[in-house]
Write a protein that binds this ligand. Structure first.
Ligand code: AKG
Ligand code: FE2
Length: 340
């Protein structure tokens, strides 16, 4: 396997450059820094550091798959988590990639999670050394649309340093419309069609060699071409549901903190919501969720699915009713009134 490395490029004046946008649209990824304010990121890093088991602890040994098990997901009682999940600069970057407006985005995943370095895989479902994959099967009821018209952006915001942790995410850069690695449909992976879901690379490729040798051979070329993301704290890997990629083993005894987020366009209702969402958060003693709605910006609310100003939902009665619910938490009805 190659050790080609990808280094992040800064954003200029808080916006992705045309080159960064084109790289994502054509090659399926771009790695940037400067989207998240370092002081904000440090606050969330401190929280995550205190939330997750230390490397080497017994609790860490038990963690062998993706996610925080609900510990740091959207919406969170910790406002800093919600602020970073719906950061204005981040949302603008996602909108620029999709060629749309922030008001057209919907958040479907925000999960900050630890990955630990271990010498051995625990089972074939272990994420230690992942099989090459695309993420759409558990994000979409269908298949990503034509490459030129993407409907979602996935991203990983890193809080750790690859120099300390290893565990670089690997991606297969798409070379162009004729790239054989991106042959259509994108189905050459465990868990798609009748191929069994296996996360571990060695177990997956052994299985595929036996049941689908042509698929195994195709995938061997993907591993040959993978490039590793040499992430630093604050780097954001922007990628897609149809980008070939995988997680690689961390250094033994290391803990990597990374934050996966996904945004879809509002019209793509077949793209699922992976985090638990807000529903049960609205019944908490602390009323953290209602407080968050009260203080969130109009665009942040919009990306959560709250009706935008001008939406047919709004009329004097609904405006008064929603104000009755959230006014006590600081909700200002004015932006919604202007267009009713
Ligand atoms: O851990 C990583 O770097 C990538 C994880 C990933 O791709 C996944 O869990 O789907
Ligand atoms: Fe993935």
């Amino acid at each position: 396997m190659s050790q080609r490395e990808i280094q992040s490029e800064p954003v200029i004046a808080s916006r992705l450059s045309q080159a960064q946008i084109s790289q994502w649209r054509e090659q399926g990824y771009t790695l940037v820094n400067g989207l998240i304010t370092p002081a904000l990121q440090q606050q969330l890093l401190d929280l995550a550091d205190a939330t997750f088991p230390a490397a080497g602890s017994a609790a860490a040994e038990a963690v062998t798959d993706f996610g925080s098990n609900g510990a740091l997901v959207f919406p969170s009682p910790h406002t800093i988590f919600n602020e970073i999940s719906l950061d204005a600069v981040l949302l603008q970057a996602v909108a620029d990639l999709l060629g749309t407006e922030i008001s057209q985005l919907r958040i479907t995943q925000s999960d900050l999670w630890p990955k630990y370095g271990r010498p051995e895989r625990q089972s074939e479902r272990d994420n230690r050394d992942q099989r090459m994959h695309v993420d759409y099967p558990n994000h979409s009821l269908v298949h990503p649309p034509r490459w030129e018209t993407p409907e979602a952006v996935e991203l990983i915001l890193y809080y750790s340093d690859a120099a300390d942790c290893g565990g670089e995410t690997a991606v297969v850069p798409r070379t162009g419309p004729q790239d054989p690695a991106y042959r259509w449909p994108i189905i050459d992976a465990p868990g798609i069609g009748d191929l069994r879901f296996i996360n571990d690379r060695v177990a997956a490729e052994t299985y595929l060699s036996a049941v689908a040798p042509e698929v195994a051979e195709f995938r061997a070329a993907l591993y040959e071409r993978e490039a590793r993301v040499a992430y630093r704290p604050g780097d954001v890997l922007l990628y897609r549901h149809d980008t070939w990629h995988r997680g690689t083993p961390l250094k033994q005894g290391a803990r990597r903190l990374a934050h996966n987020m996904t945004f879809r366009v509002a019209s793509a209702e077949w793209v699922s919501t992976l985090h638990p969402g807000w529903a049960w958060s609205a019944y908490r003693e602390s009323q953290f969720f209602e407080r968050w709605i009260g203080k969130a910006s109009v665009l942040q609310r919009c990306v959560m699915g709250f009706p935008a100003p001008g939406n047919a939902y709004w009329n004097p009665e609904t405006l008064a009713a929603v104000t009755a619910r959230y006014g006590v938490f600081g909700f200002d009805p004015a932006p919604y009134r202007t267009q009713v």
